[in-house]
Ligand binder design. Structure first.
Ligand code: AMP
Length: 227
């Protein structure tokens, strides 16, 4: 049997990795593994990993590789990844993490099919990040006061929960997150291009469904060419 899909979403903070991941996971029925979501949950639950991660997250810095790898390894150990494949959102973010990925995937019988690189201009990124509002109660509630406002201000359309702005979506932290992305994560673009796995996708201000359709087409063609 051919193994299920394994892919990575690459792109600066605010590019919409989480949004497009949700579209793809809905289509393929595989879990979205977001290291950022896992760290936020760990912080909320007050775990030791959460306490370690929070120090870095609050500054917009990267959590150390060994902590990230421990969390990802733990998540990949769940049966859903082996059975349905995986969409990685926000991992890898450093060359060391990228180097560790083949072995992590290999341990559950998967290999990386493709890396979608979401490209977005700086001004659009700032608007997306400063406008972002998340739901405290459900994972679907992800709004933007400029481009995707909730029907009622401050209230989630899906569950009626309270919307909030992430601590790291404040302008001073955002500038640092973008600088960190350029320094530590953007080298992964050439890393994956060199391995023939990269697909560039331009995120404009257009319809989410149009780009999601283009990404799905890329995935289908990668899976077809597996041989
Ligand atoms: P995100 O929601 O993906 O923007 O992640 C929020 C924060 O979690 C980042 O700014 C980092 O502090 C931390 N984080 C998430 N994923 C990683 C990763 N792969 N490597 C290091 N830090 C990460």
């Amino acid at each position: 049997m051919t193994p299920p899909l394994a892919m990575v979403f690459l792109g600066p903070p605010g590019a919409g990795k989480g949004t497009y991941c949700k579209e793809i996971t809905a289509h393929y029925g595989c879990p979205q593994v977001s290291t950022g979501d896992m760290f936020r949950l760990a912080v909320k639950e007050g775990t030791a990993i959460g306490a370690k991660a929070k120090v870095y997250m609050d500054q917009g810095a990267l959590v150390p590789d060994e902590v990230v790898l421990e969390v990802v390894r733990g998540r990949l150990g769940h049966a859903d990844c082996r059975e349905h494949g995986i969409i990685l959102d926000g991992f890898p973010r450093t060359l060391a993490q990228a180097d560790a990925l083949p072995e992590l995937l290999g341990s559950i019988g998967l290999s990386l099919d493709l890396v979608v690189n979401l490209q977005v201009g700086h001004d659009i990124l700032i608007r997306r990040l400063t406008g972002r509002r998340m739901c405290r109660s459900c994972s679907r509630g992800n709004f933007n006061i400029y481009s995707l406002p909730p029907k009622r201000e401050g209230i989630c359309d899906y569950c009626g929960g309270e919307l909030y702005q992430r601590d790291d979506d404040r302008l001073d932290v955002i500038e640092n997150r973008l600088a960190v992305y350029h320094k530590q994560t953007s080298p992964l673009v050439d890393y994956y291009r060199g391995r023939g796995l990269l697909r560039d996708m331009e995120v404009g201000s257009g319809d989410i469904q149009v780009l999601a359709g283009a990404i799905l087409a890329e995935i289908a063609s990668s899976l077809k060419s597996r041989g």
